[in-house]
Design a protein around this ligand. Structure first.
Ligand code: MG
Length: 340
């Protein structure tokens, strides 16, 4: 049985990036039930890609019958059905794929990382993201993020330099910057990135709009900091064209359409000589845990979506001194948070 329903979570703080601002998020939870085993999945619809919770549920209901007919231990067949039946709304695919992988690993009695042959001790340290805000609030959030050794600062607004200056007044820990396509003037982007390098920033995520590939290639020749594609990459098919323009790719389960495509993307990126970052949307512990299970394959992790939520309905993946920690329960190792 396949069930999909929207659920809304509240963010600890108003979340602002170059594109938009929000204080709550409506995602879709998926459950697959068979043989007394429940597999959990989650979709985090993103307006950037024309996704909504309603459309996501609609797509999942439409594909349910075809998925029901399959042996879920053969999860590659499920991916093939999802790829055939769902065009766009990749987060809907991701939700079903995550649920099937959780179910299959539980059915086999192993944690999900075992299915991929991975060592849970090798999970990376996740960065903690700080959204666009006033310099004072960004400084306050930086202080509150003391437990996280790496910060990701959202830029792409006119006050970029003030924000970084404010952060640097209170910490010297490594900073990664995400402009979320916010810089459209390439000459100015060169100057901004050179300045950011002097502020000890490690790399720049999606400096210019995804469609501005030629301009980004031009930029690449003029800056030293690595450039990481996010909005410019959805699935493995997008990756070859990015080699030589970007230095790495930010792979997210929601853009990829699930764990199986994300792993394919990681191998494709490696073959193209690109670094691998694993990222997320605002997601509960279900989707974050799913990404964490394959995170030993990544160079960099930004899997903090659940940490930004004040009322995560699920619990499972942990973070200790920034390092993602997985338990040894079968599947994702995620369950409903007990209400007190
Ligand atoms: Mg990004």
């Amino acid at each position: 049985m396949i069930h999909a329903e929207p659920f809304t979570v509240t963010l600890k703080d108003v979340w602002t990036i170059a594109r938009n601002s929000s204080h709550s998020k409506t995602n879709v939870r998926v459950t697959l039930q068979r043989d007394g085993i429940v597999g959990y999945g989650e979709a985090a619809p993103n307006v950037r890609y024309g996704e909504t919770a309603e459309l996501t549920c609609e797509h999942i209901r439409r594909v349910a019958e075809a998925v029901e007919r399959l042996d879920w231990r053969c999860f590659r067949q499920v991916k093939a059905v999802l790829d055939t039946h769902i065009v766009g709304q990749s987060c809907a695919k991701a939700a079903v794929d995550i649920a099937v992988m959780d179910w299959a690993a539980k059915r086999m009695g192993v944690p999900l990382y075992r299915l991929f042959g991975l060592d849970p001790a090798q999970t990376p340290i996740t960065s903690f993201s700080i959204g666009i805000d006033t310099p004072e609030r960004v400084q306050e959030k930086t202080r509150q993020a003391a437990a996280y050794p790496i910060l990701k600062i959202k830029l792409g607004s006119p006050g970029d330099r003030e924000l970084i200056t404010a952060v640097r007044r209170v910490t010297d820990k490594p900073i990664r910057v995400d402009a979320n396509e916010g810089w459209t003037d390439k000459e100015q982007a060169v100057r901004t990135i050179a300045w950011l390098q002097a502020q000890n920033v490690a790399f720049i995520e999606q400096p210019m709009p995804a469609a501005m590939l030629d301009e980004t290639a031009w930029l690449r020749q003029r800056v030293e900091l690595p450039l990481v594609a996010d909005e410019a990459v959805l699935t493995a098919a997008d990756i070859p064209a990015l080699a030589g323009v970007y230095d790495g790719v930010n792979i997210k389960l929601m853009k990829a359409g699930g764990l199986q495509e994300a792993v394919a993307m990681i191998h494709t990126a490696r073959a193209a000589g690109l670094k691998v970052m694993l990222g997320c949307m605002i997601e509960s512990s279900v989707a974050i845990a799913a990404a964490a299970h394959i995170s030993p394959l990544a160079d960099w992790a930004d899997l903090d979506g659940n940490l930004l939520i004040g009322d995560d309905p699920f619990v499972g993946v942990g973070v200790i001194d920034g390092k993602l920690t997985l338990n040894d329960q079968p599947g994702l190792g995620v369950g409903a948070r007990e209400r007190i």
